[in-house]
Ligand binder design. Structure first.
Ligand code: 13P
Length: 251
């Protein structure tokens, strides 16, 4: 059984004290969390404060990006051991905003995945098509290629620990969600692609999230789909009431 994983990607929001206030509001609303995993991904600058605020809870800490070198003259970048030292467990890699605004390529995603894994961080690797790609009918071939290139050379021993997030770019922050069936269909293609690399048993054990305008009102339906193992939540994760309802699949 795959344990569902719900991650809040706070993007470039929240000062440290605001982040702590959100954690304090959120934690009592979440319930026991025995059968699901919840990850908070604040900006780098709030990682220490959020790490402290969630200490002793079942919540995990995630970062939104990482560089692929371990140290050196790379002004402005953050290396895997630096995140590890802050208690970070997961790291989002290849988010469409990184691909779109910061020129991240599949090759960089691949290098970041390898570096993160080699230093004990678990990637949440994002794939997904733009509206133009969707309208051109290339969604499936595109996500297949993003997966094949992103996972190139990544050892099978690591694969089960890696989380994939399918985030159609046109659904991010737009209020437009892929229908649960559509999301399930593309996620099935992603799982088949992973099976082509690692075999059926490993692919069946890997968790694949949906992301893009996830709200309390659509989470239960998404989670009712057989291939969807959780969500990567942007805007709605900035509000304690909304995020807690998403975590509980509470419409
Ligand atoms: P929204 O939930 O705001 O659409 O963002 C999705 C996302 O990009 C999460 O990584």
């Amino acid at each position: 059984m795959r344990v569902p994983i719900i991650a809040g990607n706070w993007k470039m929001h929240k000062l440290p004290e605001e982040a702590v206030a959100l954690c304090r509001d959120l934690i009592p609303r979440l319930g026991k969390l025995d059968d699901r995993e919840v990850v908070l991904c604040p900006p780098f600058t709030a990682l220490p404060a959020v790490g402290e605020a969630i200490r002793g809870t079942k919540l995990s800490l995630g970062a939104q990006n990482v560089f692929y070198e371990i140290s050196g003259a790379y002004t402005g970048e953050v290396a895997p051991p630096m995140l590890k030292a802050l208690g970070v467990k997961y790291v989002i890699i290849g988010h469409s905003e990184r691909r779109q605004y910061f020129g991240e390529t599949d090759e960089m995603v691949n290098r970041k995945m390898q570096a993160a894994l080699d230093h004990g961080l678990l990637p949440i690797v994002c794939v997904g098509e733009t509206l133009e790609q969707r309208e051109a009918g290339i969604t499936e071939s595109l996500v297949k290629s993003q997966i094949e290139q992103g996972f190139k050379g990544i050892a099978e021993g690591y694969a089960k620990e890696i989380v994939v997030a399918y985030e159609p770019v046109w659904a991010i922050g737009t209020g437009k969600t892929a229908t649960a069936e559509e999301a399930n269909r593309v996620i099935k293609v992603i799982r088949e692609t992973l099976a082509g690399i690692y075999g059926n048993a490993t692919a069946a054990a890997m968790r694949i999230q949906y992301g893009g305008s996830v709200k309390p009102g659509n989470m239960a339906e998404l989670m009712g789909q057989p291939e969807i193992d959780g969500a990567l939540v942007g805007g709605a994760s900035l509000d304690a009431v909304s995020f807690a309802r998403i975590v509980r699949y509470d419409d």
